[in-house]
Design a binder for this molecule. Structure first.
Ligand code: NAD
Length: 259
């Protein structure tokens, strides 16, 4: 039975802080773009700018990988791609199942970017009997009655939940009981999982709400500056929403966050 914890502590067992782990994909994306342009080396400043990260933070992050670059030359792009991919576990193929093949699940299944990053969609699962056997992105949807067998047959450790909120916890419990140890949750609900299971939550509506907050604040500042509106909320007086928002990899609020 699922209990208690929803995410791991701030430092992982190998000593790399969770905030550094969260920035590694940003570096990898920037490095992959450089690699595709056959750029051999990159300075910490250039790479930091491309990744949208402060360069001192980048150098600190890379020190956890044992990568210090060469003075006057910078970092070897190909080697860093390899090192970060290895650190993120992307040098092996990860079979992933998506549960809930509605609008979102089908869009995720059709997204080509997973495969190029080492994630293979091994199975699509849905509770609607009418969908069973129908192909989505070339993969036949399987009925959720067979969820446990599908997980075991495919050796799946990563599950993506794209069901309605009410179904997410029972689906999560079944995934975990079947052996899944990492969950990416798109349903707007907090999942409870046992120790040893990682949950990441994606919620685009929260991102939009935070942008709305900033828009409202900007509008307030404009009105205050030209003297036409009520007193603005200043940047020195964050509202509760801003104060409680999780900080992302480089101070922004991440689109994917711990559950
Ligand atoms: N995180 C985000 O940014 C974001 C964006 C859009 C939607 N969502 C959320 O994603 C979820 C899916 O949205 P949608 O628009 O695709 O909905 P949808 O209704 O189109 O699809 C949901 C699918 O889940 C299936 N389902 C229901 N119960 C199930 C169960 N127990 N096991 C397996 N499958 C089950 C349904 O048959 C359906 O095919 C919702 O929770 C929605 O709120 C999140």
């Amino acid at each position: 039975m699922a209990t208690g914890r929803t995410h791991r502590p701030a430092t992982r067992s190998r000593g790399i802080p969770e905030a550094t782990v969260a920035r590694l994909p940003l570096y990898l994306r920037a490095l992959t773009a450089l690699s595709e342009r056959s750029v051999p080396t990159v300075s910490s400043e250039e790479l930091a700018a491309a990744a949208g990260v402060n360069s001192a933070k980048l150098r600190k992050d890379f020190s956890y990988l044992g990568s210090y670059g060469t003075r006057g030359v910078g970092y070897d792009v190909e080697y860093l791609v390899y090192q970060i991919s290895r650190e993120l576990g992307l040098t092996q193929d990860w079979p992933v199942v998506i549960v809930g093949i509605g609008n979102l699940g089908a869009a995720l299944a059709n997204y080509g970017g997973f495969a190029s990053r080492g994630f293979r969609v091994a199975a699509l699962i849905d509770a609607d009997p009418a969908m069973a056997g129908k192909p989505v992105a070339g993969i036949p949807v399987q009925h959720s009655d067979n969820l446990e067998k599908i997980i075991q047959d495919n050796g799946v450790s990563i599950g993506v939940i794209a069901t309605p909120a009410g179904a997410a916890q029972p689906v999560c419990d079944r995934l975990v009981a079947a052996g899944v140890t990492s969950i990416l949750n798109f349903a707007p609900t907090v999942l409870t999982v046992p120790d040893g299971v990682d949950v990441r939550k994606v919620d685009l509506s929260i991102e939009l709400q935070i942008l709305a907050f900033h828009e409202q604040r900007k509008a307030g500042e404009d009105a205050h500056t030209d003297g036409t509106g009520p007193a603005a909320v200043t940047r020195e007086e964050p509202t509760e929403a801003a104060a409680s928002a999780d900080q992302g990899p480089d101070g922004d609020v991440p689109a994917v966050m711990p559950a």
